[in-house]
Design a protein around this ligand. Structure first.
Ligand SMILES: [Mg+2]
Ligand SMILES: [Zn+2]
Length: 228
């Protein structure tokens, strides 16, 4: 025996002779009530990470990392990323690498560094979903060079993201400006370009300041960076 009912606007056919209504409803609506993470309908929190000076050693003023051997992971950065991704944050690396357009290193070398970084994070049990780079120089006036937000838009395209409770973590004021322009919370880390002693001349105020990515991640996981 079948019965047609209207449940939340859906027409549901119930075979009332086999199982209880409750079972039928449960089976019918199961896809809408999953409690895992990573499903398309979940709203994700994202962490955008700058690369140089945050994950790996800052190569020095106006310099680029031009080879895999020059790409040195900072102590604790891989573990920090693992902690954040295991807590459910989706991680994207957002980095300006104009050195490619300037001919200082090739796309292939950049990819070697990316593969190295992603593999190390994965080996530790974490995940960087994607590394997105702007390869343009300032003169090229593209839409993706930070502090423009083109790469962030690209990273979250088609995803439901809780931007207000997402973070941009970087070692320069340009990163802070990028995160603010996108509506994220911003954390300036002092493991790279920017030093606290320069703060009187900063033209933008980071929401939070942390010594390293490691301390930033610990504070995020302890909910110390909640908005008032
Ligand atoms: Mg940097
Ligand atoms: Zn660009």
């Amino acid at each position: 025996m079948e019965q047609l009912i209207n449940f939340l606007g859906h027409k549901v056919i119930l075979k009332t002779n086999s199982r209880s209504y409750a079972d039928h409803l449960k089976n019918y609506f199961q896809p809408l009530t999953c409690n895992g993470t990573g499903h398309d309908h979940d709203i994700s929190k994202v962490i955008f990470l700058d690369r140089d000076g945050v994950i790996n050693k800052y190569p020095g003023d106006r310099k680029y990392v031009t080879s895999l051997s020059g790409f040195k992971l900072l102590p604790g950065s891989v573990r920090a990323i693992r902690g954040l991704s295991q807590a459910g944050y989706r991680i994207f690396v957002i980095s300006n690498q104009a050195g490619v357009s300037k001919g200082l290193y090739s796309r292939k070398t950049l990819k070697e560094m990316t593969d190295f970084m992603l593999k190390n994070v994965e080996k530790a049990g974490g995940k960087i979903e994607k590394a997105l780079y702007c390869l343009h120089t300032q003169e090229m006036n593209c839409a993706c060079r930070k502090p423009k937000t083109g790469l962030l838009k690209k990273a979250v395209k088609g995803k439901k993201v809780d931007i207000k409770n997402s973070f941009f973590i970087g070692d320069s004021l340009m990163d802070v400006k990028t995160g603010k322009a996108f509506g994220c919370k911003t954390i300036l880390v002092l493991s790279g370009r920017e030093k606290l002693k320069n703060s009187p001349s900063w033209d933008v105020a980071p929401d939070f300041i942390a010594k390293t990515l490691s301390t930033a991640a610990q504070n995020i996981l302890k909910n110390k960076y909640e908005r008032a």
